[in-house]
Write a protein that binds this ligand. Sequence first.
Ligand code: PLP
Length: 406
Amino acid sequence: MSKEIESAHMGTKVVWAGEKEFRAFGATQVPVVMSVAYDYEDVDEWYRVAMGDRPGYIYNRMSNPTVQAFEEKIRILEGAEAAVGFSSGMAAISSTLYTFLRPGNRVVSVKDTYGGTNKIFTEFLSNIHVDVKLCTTGDHAEIEREIAKGCKILYLETPTNPTLKITDINRLAKAAKAVGAMVIVDNTFATPINQNPLKWGADIVVHSATKFLSGHADVLGGVVCGSTELMAHVYHYREINGATMDPWSAYLILRGMKTLKIRVQQQEKSAMEIAAYLQTQPLVEAVYYPGLVTHTGHLIAKEQMRGFGGILSFILKDEMDAIKILLPKLKYANRAGNLGAVETIYGPARTTSHVECTPEERKSLGISEGLLRISVGIEDTEDLIEDLRQAFEYLESKLPIRVKII
Ligand code: PLP
């Protein structure tokens, strides 16, 4: 099955990949295997499995059939040789970095990575004497110059959270290869439906499976994909350090992934229309969506992505004052620190992606206090736009009063 499914289209892969091999009892769904350990009457067989000479299961921190079904599905979607599941996206990212980094190494990345990832770079890696250079996101020449000085890892995230900046993976992977650096790409925003970083020269792809992969905002998870050789090291780090994916989480994500393609299609259709609507709004200072021809990364996105995704962000001219009036008026919205779900989610950068940063740090990263991220859900587009329209109408009616009070 694995071989046949690898040549199918994405919509078929999300449904079938990794499923049949892990089914049991004739059931049409992968079981949730809730067993910490596995029983062996034959002690020699037990030993062979424990030593890795035979396939099988020993203890859930090492491997579990439900987790493996999830790993197999994402492995196929990313076109990787192997995948390793984790308890969260941050567990996947930190474990990957700590697997490969050693004292004295250097990492080159960009300023706009997810806030948690940025904290690993700015707060934790110095503890193990790893030097990190964070470049201006989108300044490919600067990133190339820094790579050329030598580095162990080039770490990218594209599109970025929350301003949707686009980085040319292929161009920078070539620069990284020239100095023997490993390229890691966070593909959470694009999803494998829209982008396969390995195809563009990345060595490793990481995901927060909490987001689009699961799609239902009810489970945490993460995953790392790459070559069999690299993933053997990541797997070993996980089995010893213990940030293993839970079987229930694996099942929920596996179930969510079956609708990944149709969810992303609906989300990006609405995102494009909402972005166009927001551009006409006088109270909006800027709109960030890679599908807009005015977006700085539009041409690169068109080249390396199959679609522009379901996330956009915009800056409200009156910053937090306007956000506080607009957000409670929205009917079809969760105001929450999450993204990638079936429900539309609104979140200011200062309370979501960059909540870990001080106002000064956000300023230095170019994150305005008026920046609002929309993770578009699968609702009907007309309803989402009408919802925004009535909220903006209300905001307009309130703003002059606020100005008078001041
Ligand atoms: N990467 C990106 C792009 C994210 O947006 C997030 C969380 O929002 C993470 C990684 C971390 O994922 P998790 O919350 O599953 O640890």
